[in-house]
Ligand binder design. Structure first.
Ligand code: NDP
Length: 249
């Protein structure tokens, strides 16, 4: 098989991350699957098997995306190893929901660190490299709740909205070099993150979505794949919403 391009995907073992990796691999990418430092080689082997991914097209890197120094070191090594890295998908994310009155600084900090500061940590070492190679795609996974806000998610919405401002700003800086920076903003998606919610809360969410259903991880992955493709070469600074009509910007 002719593998043409290399992509880095963070949060690769998660619900949406797995679908993104599968989709890019199907499209002949070589994928560097970034999993958290909590994961092991055994987890990687199990994930490959369960997700039915060709091991020849994927390499695992175990990395805490909140650790600035570790990200820089890992990315410098990856650039040296692969020479050409075409796509970065910043997908790692967490929630620590609480009403703001009860929110601890730790809940705020963890969410900002993982969802927003990770963008600095993962993108900065790679961005200059992409500008020199005069080609690159940075795709950041935000959320409908970063666009519209959400009760009990002041931390998460702040981080996810921050991703949008970051992407628009970096789009200016990358434009001349052909480095595009875009956002995919999914609505509620059928993943373990959402499965952890109470059934009555989920029913309520479904009821609010004009399409009356959640997104599938595959639908999110298709949007990412499009933005990573040659067809999206002239799209930058854009936020592609996938929310079944829940929020129309
Ligand atoms: P998952 O919880 O399934 O996946 C999130 C992934 O992020 C996990 O694999 C996790 O690794 C990884 N991660 C968390 N913290 C770190 C860290 N410090 N360093 C490295 N990796 C880390 O969630 P989803 O697949 O549902 O979400 C993916 C993205 O999509 C997130 O950014 C989320 O905010 C966003 N999103 C999700 C929606 C949904 O409804 N599911 C809706 C809108 C946006 P590990 O498993 O090892 O902890």
């Amino acid at each position: 098989m002719d593998i043409q391009k290399t992509a880095i995907v963070t949060g690769a073992f998660g619900g949406i991350g797995t679908a993104i990796v599968q989709s890019l691999v199907e499209n002949h990418f070589f994928v560097i699957a970034v999993a958290s430092q909590r994961r092991t080689q055994a987890d990687f082997d199990q994930w490959l098997n369960e997700a039915n991914i060709n091991p020849k097209q994927v390499q695992a890197v175990f990395l805490d995306v909140t650790d600035t120094q570790a990200c820089k070191q890992a990315l410098d090594l990856l650039i040296e190893e692969h020479q050409h890295i075409d796509v970065l998908v910043n997908n790692a994310g967490i929630t620590r929901d609480s009403t703001f009155k009860k929110m601890s600084f730790e809940q705020w900090r963890e969410v900002i660190d993982t969802n927003l500061n990770s963008l600095f940590n993962m993108t900065q070492p790679l961005f200059a490299h992409m500008c020199v190679q005069k080609q690159g795609r940075i795709i950041n996974i935000s959320s409908v709740n970063g666009q519209k806000g959400q009760f009990g998610q002041a931390n998460y919405a702040a981080a996810k909205a921050g991703m949008i401002g970051f992407s628009k700003s970096l789009a200016y800086e990358g434009a001349r070099a052909g480095v595009t920076v875009n956002v995919v903003a999914p609505g509620y998606t059928e993943t373990p993150m959402v499965a952890a919610m109470k059934p009555e809360v989920l029913d309520n969410i479904r009821g609010q979505v004009p399409m009356q259903r959640l997104a599938t991880p595959e639908e999110v992955a298709k949007a990412v794949r499009f933005l990573a493709s040659d067809d999206a070469a002239y799209i930058t600074g854009e936020t592609l919403a996938l929310n079944g009509g829940l929020y129309m910007n």
